[in-house]
Design a protein around this ligand. Structure first.
Ligand SMILES: [Zn+2]
Length: 463
């Protein structure tokens, strides 16, 4: 059944008058207000104003989930050092709460993006390759029981829902938030589920999966389809569903968009694909989504994926990996700068690590991480070796020699593979805003769902 757009939610559902009337209550309220003021600056959520179960002032709750695809802990470190030196810090480094997140899937210690996204979106482990179905599914062969994602749950509750990615909008990570599918590769089928999903905005690539008949159906169902950043900027509200299809397949890498934009317009038709100049970047799409969702005046759930971090990792492209992770980090900053930590929870995590990126010892700080290192006291047989390397992937074998190896800058890999393998290490989970204090210790990736759900459930004022 297709979504019939939910009209404006009743604000009374989200705002309940405080019933603090006693003198003691007034003192408590004052203390809470002071604590709130003190806490806002660093994004820590204020303490709850009343004990659980006694009711109290409920306000509209929103949440943003950032997923860096393939962004293992070393990706964060390498991007930080590449951009600001060892003492630098990324926006995600400055989020106040962190945990480790276990990423294994129902059938492997090493997950793929479909199983990991399903765990975070639906709160249950499934087998690799499967989207939005439980672990009774057999990849590509048999459907499992369908699960309801946090996005569709939120939509049913009258919230606004948005999904933003740099991959095709039908790729595994965004798809787990609106589709159920035993084979993640069936992007044409997933595209039909996207149109039927009823979510408010879906931005990324994947034009090729939306043929004319599907576009016609989408427009009839209330979708506006945009194909350039300019067209997107012109959409002022979410009165209609917004489907952004900014490339045939995945969006170009951030660096390619930046280079295309720097070229004189006269050259654009010749040397740079025209589409790359008009493609919005992840920070731009995130800004648009956050502003429109906020502007709607309704509580919302937004998922933002840095989807091509993983692709750079699979190729062992160190510079591209840093560019993509930095763009993802910029998008996090854009959201945090515009959102209210008293009502909004922001989570930042990865679905898994890709390629086994390592930062190998012991380069001099001034030489940085792009150098090769040679230990003057080391064994005669040792080095020089690349400070950055991967455990698996195509490596530098095709280029040979010393870095740099061109704009993508591939680095050596230990296990030669055409495309690097994912690894099973834990990833970081960062949190900011209301409810962020729940994020600590070592969690399972399914906890992402539960933390979001518990936070958003209070949007209705229900206890
Ligand atoms: Zn991957």
């Amino acid at each position: 059944m297709r979504d019939r757009r939910t009209t404006g939610a009743d604000p009374a559902r989200y705002v309940r008058a405080s019933n603090v009337t006693t003198r003691a209550g007034a003192v408590l309220l004052t203390a809470v207000l002071v604590a709130t003021t003190l806490c806002v600056a660093d994004g820590r959520a204020p303490a709850r104003s009343t004990p659980a179960g006694r009711g109290g002032p409920a306000t509209a709750r929103s949440a943003v989930l950032f997923i860096g695809d393939g962004m293992g802990p070393a990706y964060v470190t390498v991007t930080r050092v590449a951009r600001g030196g060892s003492r630098g810090s990324l926006r995600m480094d400055r989020l106040p709460y962190t945990a480790l997140s276990k990423t294994y899937s129902a059938d492997s210690p090493v997950t793929d993006s479909a199983a990991a996204a399903t765990a975070m979106a639906c709160g249950q482990k499934t087998v690799n390759g499967v989207l939005g179905e439980d672990a009774s599914a057999v990849y590509g062969k048999q459907d499992g029981a369908r699960l309801e994602s946090i996005a569709l749950w939120a939509k049913k509750r009258g919230m606004r829902v948005g999904l933003v990615t740099t991959t095709t909008v039908t790729h595994a990570t965004p798809a787990a938030f609106y589709a159920t599918e035993k084979d993640r590769e069936n992007e044409a089928g997933i595209a039909r589920q996207a149109v039927a999903s009823g979510i408010d905005l879906l931005l990324g690539g994947g034009r090729k999966y939306f043929p004319d008949d599907l576009r016609t159906m989408a427009r009839k169902d209330g979708w506006t389809i945009v194909e350039t950043g300019q067209d997107l900027a012109a959409v002022a509200s979410l009165d209609r569903h917004v489907l952004g299809l900014f490339a045939e397949g995945h969006l170009p890498y951030q660096e390619k968009i930046e280079v295309a934009r720097k070229q004189p317009a006269a050259d654009a038709a010749g040397s740079a694909p025209a589409g790359e100049r008009g493609t919005p970047t992840l920070p731009e799409m995130t800004r648009w989504a956050v502003e429109r969702l906020k502007g709607s005046g309704q509580p919302f759930f937004l998922m933002v994926e840095g989807g091509r971090i993983d692709h750079a990792g699979h190729a062992n492209w160190a510079r591209t990996l840093v560019d993509e992770t930095a763009a993802f980090d910029e998008a996090i900053g854009i959201a945090v700068d515009r959102l209210d930590p008293k009502t909004t929870l922001v989570l930042v995590t990865a679905d898994h690590e890709t390629g086994g990126l390592a930062l190998n010892g012991y380069p001099d700080e001034k030489d940085g991480i792009w150098s090769t290192y040679h230990d003057p006291q080391g064994d005669k047989e040792d080095g020089p070796y690349s400070v950055l390397s991967f455990m698996s992937g195509p490596g530098t074998t095709r280029q040979g020699g010393q870095p740099p190896h061109g704009p993508e800058d591939p680095r050596p890999s230990g296990i030669p593979l055409a495309s690097a393998a994912h690894t099973g290490v834990d990833v970081a989970l960062y949190a900011w805003g209301a409810g962020a204090e729940r994020v600590h210790g070592t969690l399972d990736n399914t906890e992402v769902y539960r933390i979001l759900r518990e936070h958003l459930e209070n949007a209705s004022g229900a206890r």
